[in-house]
Design a protein around this ligand. Structure first.
Ligand code: ACO
Length: 431
């Protein structure tokens, strides 16, 4: 076997093939199985894509064992300390950090696109008053393609760029208005003199009757949450966006599909579950029974916010978010963040417990993000909406990368058919 191939032998026929091994910049070497069906007549079976690279990507790298997350080669810790969300958006979209001039230009383009077509308000008004904001998000983002048809030619690089600007710019407005609608409050228009994050808080919390100035620490914390959630390589929602876009569907439709995927509790909904669990623990005042239940194999209960499919070490995002949680509690006082002390106590007990140590179960990003969002007055049903807002740039960057990749093809998985073999049709009165 040569160095850069793997030899596969079909033990039934004795036929052998050499499969190339692809090596990226970092990460596990990848066996190129594209010729497998043609050469040997076999498919591969990998539910959940546990061992399958669905694409090549130069956007985000994760090393779960070492707890590393990098956007375009920059460690998340460095970006969290020195950058901000909008600069990270530029980086993810373009591959390089912007010069000051480029960032100013990008910021002003985004500010120019923050408004929504007025007719979109009719869509909001068509929803039931108690509609979940994620349901509204899926509907409104999907409807964008009906309003911005001048940027839906997926083969035109300029169209793709304008669509990207539009989605990044409009998502805070769409998200904040879904909250305003659920509260029965008037929609607040975006303001061009505010930063991206300030603008979102302004549209969420300003009311016509009084001035609203966002707390600078809230702005910093939210900007960090957006930065940490901006991308996470080929997760379920990003893969959904890629798969949807692979049929050349327009980007608004592809991102609406991504939002729908993110909505699931196994993906974007975990920080809500953390808050519910912390509330329950705080109410009982005793952590130990919850730890015992989490360890009990006969009990399906799990410590929410612990463990991660990819990170088998401390989630690097959780470390960063934990720090800002402490800054917030210093400023606001413990009474504004009643769940933080329970969270810290739980983290201490769990991370010293053999069960969690052996299984490499550490707090993930969701363990702290809900506490921060609650302290800002953001209701639980908006947590996933904020995740969607943050992840929009990641989705678009992946979609754009896919559209430019000559190896991209329409996503069309195979299957292992386990249904009935060919059988005779029996006329209805003989069955
Ligand atoms: N509490 C208690 N035990 C756990 C937990 C937990 N939170 N997570 C995993 N385990 C145990 C499992 O029971 C299993 O034990 P066993 O080996 O004795 O059978 C072992 O750890 C491995 O668990 P798996 O489910 O195989 O690990 P996997 O990597 O598939 O699961 C997941 C990852 C789904 C995130 C899991 O850790 C979990 O359910 N966590 C709680 C939910 C959560 O916080 N989700 C958010 C993920 S982060 C995000 O989406 C941004």
């Amino acid at each position: 076997m040569s160095k850069d191939t793997i030899t596969l032998t079909d033990n039934t026929t004795g036929k052998q093939i050499e499969l190339p091994i692809l090596r990226g910049t970092k990460g596990a070497p990848t066996v190129d199985v594209r010729s497998l069906y043609k050469e040997l007549g076999y498919f591969t079976y990998d539910p959940g894509f546990m061992s399958t690279a669905s694409c090549r990507s130069a956007i985000t790298f994760i090393d779960g064992a070492k707890g590393i997350l990098m956007y375009r080669g920059y460690p998340i810790e460095v970006l969290a300390e020195h950058s901000n969300y909008l600069e990270v958006c530029f980086l993810l979209l373009n591959g390089e950090l912007p010069t000051r001039e480029e960032l100013n230009e990008f910021t002003s383009i985004i500010q120019d696109h923050t408004m929504l077509h007025e007719a979109l308000q009719n869509f909001y008004n068509g929803f039931r008053h108690d509609a979940h904001p994620m349901a509204i998000m899926v509907g409104i983002v999907g409807a964008l393609s009906a309003f911005y048809q001048d940027s839906t030619d997926v083969h035109d690089a300029r169209h793709r760029e304008i669509s990207a600007f539009r989605m990044i710019a409009k998502m805070p407005t769409i998200a904040a208005w879904s909250y305003k609608y659920s509260m029965g409050q008037p929609f607040v228009y975006p303001k061009a003199n505010l930063s991206y994050t300030e603008n979102f808080l302004h549209m969420m919390f300003a009311v016509p009757t009084e001035e609203y100035t966002p707390n600078p620490l809230f702005v910093k914390a939210l900007d960090l949450i957006l930065t940490l959630h901006a991308d996470h390589e080929q997760n379920a929602s990003t893969s959904t966006v890629r798969l949807t876009g692979s049929s050349e569907a327009n980007p608004f439709a592809a991102v609406a599909a991504g939002i729908a995927s993110l909505w699931g509790p196994a993906h974007g909904g975990a920080n809500e579950a953390v808050i519910r669990m912390l509330e329950e623990i705080t109410a009982t005042g005793d952590i130990q029974p919850f730890i015992d239940r989490a360890k009990d194999r006969d009990d399906s209960f799990r410590l929410m916010g612990f463990g991660h499919r990819v990170y088998k070490n401390y989630d690097p995002r959780a470390k960063l978010i934990r720090e800002i949680c402490h800054q917030l509690v210093n400023e606001l006082g413990t009474e504004k963040m009643p769940l933080l002390s329970t969270a810290m106590e739980l983290e201490k007990v769990a991370t010293e417990d053999e069960y969690f140590i052996q299984r490499k179960l550490y707090p993930n990003v969701d363990f702290y993000s809900g506490i921060i969002l609650s302290a800002m007055g953001i209701p639980m049903n908006m947590f996933t909406v904020i995740f969607a807002l943050a992840r929009t740039v990641g989705w678009i960057s992946h979609w754009n990368e896919m559209m430019q990749d000559p190896e991209s093809r329409i996503g069309r998985p195979r299957q292992l058919y386990v249904g009935k073999d060919t059988r005779d049709y029996i006329p209805i009165d003989q069955r």
